[in-house]
Design a protein around this ligand. Structure first.
Ligand code: C2O
Ligand code: CU
Length: 493
């Protein structure tokens, strides 16, 4: 069971009980049902057939991702995915006896998974049933900038209004969607969902969606937004960990000999997570920009906004846990890092051993750098918020901070001049992390978020291939809200 995350969370034990029936719970019931592996998944005694893409009458069928319900494709064209999403307010129960005003896409937290295959046209009929304006941002997708949900481009969708998002998904991988208006409040209230873009060339494994989050609550309910200096300074760090929207430890049954692909997103407002898997053999096979050549590691640092795909091979019987290493306070008031299980698969014994999965090799771009730029992250004092975050001296830049040409390869030096860390996010493009500071492990692959630790400098090489106006900001949503937000222009020659 999920335990205390800070000494202040006095009611933590209360989250062990079964929540009352609410609409959130209704969503949860269906996701618990989804969490049970489908009969032909890794839970069967057959080792997974890795290699043959599922084909039905010559048409590629996207693999099922279990753990969260999925959006139903209402379009018969195999290359078009057409879905309907409503943003709705509702009363949810996260822990015993306390209802919380929540927001949910289709009244679920997380919102349903948007499944597509690479190259598909995606049409989303979005309806804003909230009592405030919003947009939907498709985090990580290299789509056209007028469909990106940036309030710098799109007039936010008003209460009761609809908007049709339409775009082509060029890259396979694990992405997510969330609002970009008052995101620190709207995401915390539950507006986030996973996007999975499947690649028919990849081995097919049973897949699981795991969206990791935290919320900041007290006996009185949700702690008011941006009410303390700490929240402006470090972002809103929650005291209740959620996996797929729930505080209870989700458990599923699997069988030794199976192999699964776990898709993991950190959707928290601010909490950098450090995760690992215990009780099974595991490798990293994907990150923000899609597949990477598999590698093994002891732990993974997962800043907010980033994604990792893990290949988890059940090589022994017993519990397999996804563990989050959480900084907390013990009874004596000392801080310590404790491993908190956030998901558990219980592997039933069998004679089978997991098959070796062979993944197609990944070729990362080899491009000469055209230009060097520097971004400096700093804090200045502000009469209203007490403190304001800046990028190169400005907050909420009204003009593009940089103008690039489409196809530019740009080395960006990200200089953090203050103590708090910043997970820097660039919309609509990918980059590689070339120098990840003094104490980081290597982070291979294409990324759209990079963690810049306090008082450190990190270098990335960005491939600016997608023309348009793009937000570049800190993904600690409170930092973005109080200024740490800028725009890059990528010109189409
Ligand atoms: Cu995930 Cu600009 O955001
Ligand atoms: Cu920041």
């Amino acid at each position: 069971m999920r335990t205390l995350l800070s000494a202040a969370l006095l009611f933590a034990a209360a989250c062990t009980s079964t929540p009352e029936t609410t609409d959130l719970d209704a969503g949860q019931r269906s996701s618990e049902a989804d969490a049970a592996p489908p009969p032909d998944s890794g839970a069967s005694t057959e080792p997974p057939d890795a290699g043959e893409p599922p084909v039905d009458g010559g048409v590629y069928v996207v693999p099922q991702v279990s753990g969260i319900s999925t959006l139903e494709d209402g379009n018969p064209d195999p290359n078009v995915v057409e879905v309907w999403i409503d943003a709705l307010p509702f009363l949810g129960t996260l822990y015993e006896g306390r209802t919380l005003p929540m927001y949910g896409y289709n009244q679920q937290v997380p919102g349903p998974i948007l499944n597509a295959k690479v190259g598909d046209q995606v049409i989303v009929h979005f309806n804003n049933a909230l009592s405030e304006e919003t947009t939907v941002h498709w985090h990580g997708l290299r789509i056209s900038s007028d469909m990106d949900g940036s309030p710098m481009i799109q007039t936010p969708i008003q209460t009761g209004e609809r908007f049709v998002y339409s775009f082509v998904v060029k890259d396979s991988g694990t992405f997510w969607y969330h609002p970009h208006v008052r995101a620190n409040e709207q995401v915390e209230k539950g507006l986030y969902g996973m996007i999975v873009v499947h690649d028919p060339a990849e081995p097919v494994l049973p897949e699981r969606a795991l969206m990791l989050d935290d919320v900041l609550v007290s006996d009185a309910g949700r702690v008011p937004f941006l009410s303390g200096h700490m929240e402006v300074m470090h972002g809103r760090t929650g005291n209740l960990l959620l996996t797929n929207g729930r505080p209870e430890l989700a458990k599923v049954a699997v069988t030794k000999g199976g192999v699964e692909r776990w898709r993991i997103v950190n959707t928290a407002n601010a909490r950098t997570m450090e995760i690992s898997v215990t009780g099974a053999k595991w490798r990293v096979v994907g990150t923000d920009g899609g597949r990477i050549d598999p590698y093994t590691t002891d732990t993974l640092l997962l800043p907010v906004g980033q994604r990792y795909d893990l290949e988890v091979s059940f090589d022994r019987a017993g519990p397999v846990q996804l563990v989050s290493h959480v900084l907390t306070q013990n009874d004596r008031g000392q801080t310590e890092i404790v491993p908190v299980p956030v998901f558990e698969a219980d592997a039933e014994d069998s004679e089978l051993t997991p098959p070796e999965i062979s993944w197609p090799a990944i070729q990362l771009p080899e491009r000469a750098v055209d230009r060097d730029v520097q971004l400096e992250f700093a804090a200045v004092s502000d009469p209203v918020t007490g403190l304001r975050w800046t990028i190169n001296g400005g907050s909420h830049h009204m003009e593009p901070l940089f103008t690039f040409q489409q196809g530019n390869t740009v080395r960006m030096k990200l200089v953090n001049t203050a103590g708090p860390e910043h997970p820097f996010h660039l919309h609509g493009q990918f980059f590689e992390i070339v120098d990840d500071g003094r104490w980081f492990t290597h982070q291979p692959g294409l990324k759209d978020v990079v963690l810049v630790p306090g008082l450190e400098t990190v270098e990335i090489i960005a491939y600016l291939d997608n023309p348009g106006r793009w937000m570049a900001h800190c993904h600690i949503l409170e930092h973005a809200e109080v200024g740490m937000m800028s725009e890059f222009l990528v010109q189409n020659p």
